[in-house]
Design a binder for this molecule. Structure first.
Ligand code: UDX
Length: 433
């Protein structure tokens, strides 16, 4: 099929290349000329496993092109909307500027009878509003939320655990048939496919992310209780996780969640529910957010306490900047936030991350960045792990002790074995253990 993807950020660029890899002819559109130039040259603008390969393969096959000109979408049967919905600068709600602009700008070029398939995470009610606008020029609209995780974006796109189509009553059969044709190779594997109305499809995405955020904050709340009772939250998580109704996934206590989705999505959901007069239904999400933000301060407090409240001038190695491993994304990153907070308190912070150094440096040029893990550790009076990269998990306690000035470690992701580190002479503190 002929497809267009509007917005070539994380979601859009991966979707475009993934759809080309499934055999479709795809044009990716973005207003950012630099981004389009990079993608056209086969250079990924972000770090994502497997993305470079499918990008290059798509370009080489001629199936995948990129453009800043909306005229390039004229032949497309389906237009995916993959632009961002960041948090508004003046509030908690989603900034809809990019989604609205994408639809307004594409409609004059879209052929009659083509289908817009929204993938962006939007406030419930958006699809119905945009569908009206599209209908005026004979274009259909469906909402087809995306559940990709960074670090697994390609896999999640070509092999998702479910497909959700939010379709209109009037063009239901046609919309389903169009989306089935796009995803035919995925559906052949009997991937569950749920057909819903617009509102349900929009809510599925925001509910899924709210649930995941709640799960993480739940275990972090237990970590707070563990800290005053001497319990170990990782053992607690293992024990409750054996109950299949609960499950062990997303029960890792630590410095909490960040990234381009969970934090802004729970805030946008709260704002939308309040607009709908149902603020009380999701009022708990405010606490989910608060618990999450408290964990960042908790690790900062632990570091400060280790210097008897006087961190000024003490060298602290902060290991991790990305909001999660296998990503260079620093949006709302707890790791970067911890580095910035410690620096703000006067500590001599030296940060290291295997992938996110460039993105962090651009956002926070005032921080000191080490060129290697060893350089970060060299002479450190405290080591703080804030992103669960494999390299940090694999650190050897004895070898690491030889590099630092003072063997004090704060395991903000609970990835180390406390016994092994203590036996090697370290003062170890995890989160809730
Ligand atoms: C999330 C959703 O998982 C995905 O389905 C959706 O499409 C987009 O948002 P992502 O932002 O890539 O994906 O990150 P995710 O893997 O969900 O992790 C989010 C944050 O939670 C990270 O900062 C991670 O470190 C943290 N986390 C995750 C925990 O603190 N504990 C856990 O147990 C799991």
């Amino acid at each position: 099929m002929q497809l267009s993807v509007i917005g070539c950020g994380y979601l859009g660029a991966v979707h475009a290349a993934a759809m080309a890899s499934l055999g479709h002819t795809v044009v990716g559109i973005d207003v950012d000329e630099q981004k389009i130039a990079k993608l056209s040259a086969g250079e990924p603008p972000f770090h994502e496993p497997e993305f470079a390969e499918i990008l290059r393969a798509g370009l080489d096959s001629g199936n995948l092109t990129f453009s800043t000109d909306y005229a390039a979408i004229a032949d497309a049967d389906v237009h995916f909307i993959g632009v961002g919905t960041p948090q508004r600068k003046d509030g908690q709600g989603a900034d809809m500027t990019y989604v609205n602009a994408a639809v307004t700008d594409l409609l004059p070029h879209a052929k009659r009878g083509s289908l817009i398939a929204g993938k962006s995470t939007v406030p419930v009610g958006t699809a119905a509003r945009l569908a009206e606008q599209a209908r005026e020029v004979g274009v259909r609209l469906a909402w087809n939320p995306e559940f990709l995780r960074e670090g697994f974006a390609v896999k999640d796109t070509v092999d998702p655990d479910r497909l959700v189509y939010g379709v209109s009553e009037e063009t239901r059969d046609e919309d389903i048939a169009t989306l089935d044709a796009v995803y035919s190779s995925i559906l052949e594997r009997e991937t569950p496919r749920l057909v819903t109305d617009y509102a349900t499809a929009e809510l599925v995405k925001i509910a899924a992310n709210s649930f995941l955020a709640t799960k993480i904050s739940f275990i972090n709340a237990m970590a707070e209780i563990a800290e005053v009772t001497g319990a170990d939250v990782t053992q607690l998580a293992d024990a409750i996780g054996h109950d299949v109704r609960i499950g062990r996934k997303f029960l890792n206590a630590g410095v909490g969640f960040g990234g381009g989705c969970l934090p802004k999505d729970i805030r946008a959901f709260t704002a939308r529910a309040e607009e709908l007069g149902r603020g009380e239904s999701v009022a708990f999400l405010k606490q989910v957010d608060e618990i999450n933000l408290r964990r960042r301060q908790r690790v900062v407090d632990l570091v400060v306490d280790s210097f008897d409240g006087q961190p000024f001038g003490h060298r602290v190695a902060v290991l991790g900047l990305a909001f999660k491993p296998d990503s260079d994304d620093i949006r709302d990153s707890p790791a970067l936030d911890v580095a910035v907070r410690l620096k703000g308190l006067g500590a001599e912070v030296v940060s290291y991350d295997p992938q996110a150094m460039e993105t962090a440096r651009r956002a926070h040029p005032q921080l000191a960045y080490a060129d290697s893990l060893d350089e970060a550790l060299d002479g450190a009076e405290a080591v703080v792990i804030v992103t669960e990269w494999k390299q940090f998990k694999a650190l050897d306690p004895a070898e690491t002790a030889a590099k630092v000035a003072r063997p004090v470690i704060f395991d903000g992701r609970n990835i180390l074995d406390p016994t092994a580190w203590r036996e090697a002479g370290w003062t170890y503190a995890g989160m809730g253990r």
